[in-house]
Design a protein around this ligand. Structure first.
Ligand SMILES: *Cc1c(COP(=O)(O)O)cnc(C)c1O
Length: 372
């Protein structure tokens, strides 16, 4: 399929997302909460959640209440958990739209209950525990009295409890085992006290692949449903997962630049001889990073270097190896072209970051094209 009218765009394979979820279901034998925060890691919030719902996910997770409300507005019916902080004034809307909130503070929980009960609906909450990440959550050692008091608040329904791992994508398992030990001790104590909520969950993608002890009732998978490795070097996906996203652009110019001529702002590149220089219709305002001289792109099934720095809307390529390159030719910035591949993980390595950051950084102005 060609998209002659587009200059730079993402093609997103929803079948790949569904297939990756099926793989995770097969591996874990547990319900998957599909994590679709941050615009579905750049893949589209609503479309990713819909693909997850079609793949049989009963749950999805987002970071913010706004994301959850956008999903309800789009007509999605699966359960939604807001993983991060929600301000109390939003609690009535959350309850009205059957959106579950994370709680880890009793005063905030009280404020939620006051707002929610004004609307006459119970608010569903998942208690968040800090088993060692030192981010959000109650310490598991304080978990029993916390849960007793949480259960006692009128207007709240304690539906779940969860924790999050700091180092599950690393080969050393001692931190994850320690965190999981603290959390599972609390689950055991709550079970004995008759306070264990129906949905206990802990594992992210890396733990879903490498730490079955942390499965409980559900696993929360983000990066893996998009076919991206939790860690390219230390927690790779097994065979069979498919990257769902391809980033494309076009050549907007191909011409011969004279020898010893500067190219682009600040003349970051100088031609050594007459050189064929192409211009591409994507830049840092689309999600390319300003890491001059280390970026690459695929043209004509070949990897070619970016030269002369990264501009806001454009980059330049050295095309001496491609004498037939023409204006309008398709350029792949993430994905495959013929035999050549440029993975999100390759860009992450070049940019000194992680693949999560690469795909989340693809900006709103880049149109998303969906393939079923
Ligand atoms: C983002 C997030 C996840 C998903 O993590 P992945 O590594 O993308 O699978 C799971 N749980 C919480 C609390 C998160 O914030």
């Amino acid at each position: 399929m060609t998209y002659d009218h587009l200059t730079t765009w993402l093609e997103i394979d929803l079948g790949a997302i569904r297939s990756n979820i099926h793989q995770l279901q097969k591996i874990t034998q547990k319900p998957i909460m599909a994590i679709v925060k941050a615009n579905g890691y750049g893949h589209g919030l609503v479309e990713s959640a819909r693909a997850a719902q079609q793949a049989g996910c009963g749950w999805c997770g987002v970071a913010r209440i706004e994301e959850a409300l956008a999903l309800r507005q789009a007509g999605l019916t699966l359960n939604i958990l807001v993983l991060g902080y929600t301000a109390p004034p939003c609690a009535a809307e959350a309850a009205a739209h059957r959106i579950s909130l994370a709680v880890y503070d009793l005063d905030v929980a009280q404020a939620y209950a006051a707002k929610a009960s004004a609307g006459g609906t119970e608010l569903r909450v998942h208690a968040k525990f800090d088993s060692g990440m030192a981010r959000l959550g109650v310490f598991p050692e304080d978990g029993l009295p916390f849960m007793q008091q949480l259960h006692a608040i009128q207007g709240l329904s304690v539906e779940g409890m969860f924790t999050h791992f700091a180092r599950s994508d690393e080969p050393e398992r001692t931190t994850t085992a320690w965190q999981n030990g603290r959390f599972s001790a609390l689950v055991k104590a709550l079970t004995a006290a008759g306070l264990r909520p129906p949905l206990v969950h802990a594992a992210n993608s890396a733990a879903a692949l490498y730490f079955p002890e942390a499965y409980y009732d559900m696993v929360r998978c983000g990066i893996s449903i998009y076919g991206l490795h939790p860690s390219a070097s230390e927690a790779r996906l097994p065979e069979g997962f498919i990257p769902a996203l391809t980033w494309k652009a076009r050549l907007s110019s191909v011409k011969i630049i004279p020898a010893h001529h500067g190219v682009g702002y600040a003349y970051r590149y100088t031609t050594q001889k007459e050189e064929r220089i192409g211009v591409v219709t994507a830049g840092y305002a689309d999600g390319m990073r300003r890491r001059h001289e280390i970026n690459a792109a695929l043209v004509g099934g070949r990897r070619v270097p970016v030269v002369g720095g990264v501009c806001m809307d454009q980059i330049m390529l050295q095309l001496d190896t491609l004498p037939n390159a023409r204006i309008g030719d398709e350029v792949v910035l993430i994905g495959r072209q013929g035999e050549a591949t440029l993975a999100a993980e390759d860009l992450a390595q070049a940019w000194g970051t992680v693949n999560y950051d690469v795909v989340c950084g693809l900006t709103a102005r880049v149109p998303r094209i969906y393939h079923e």
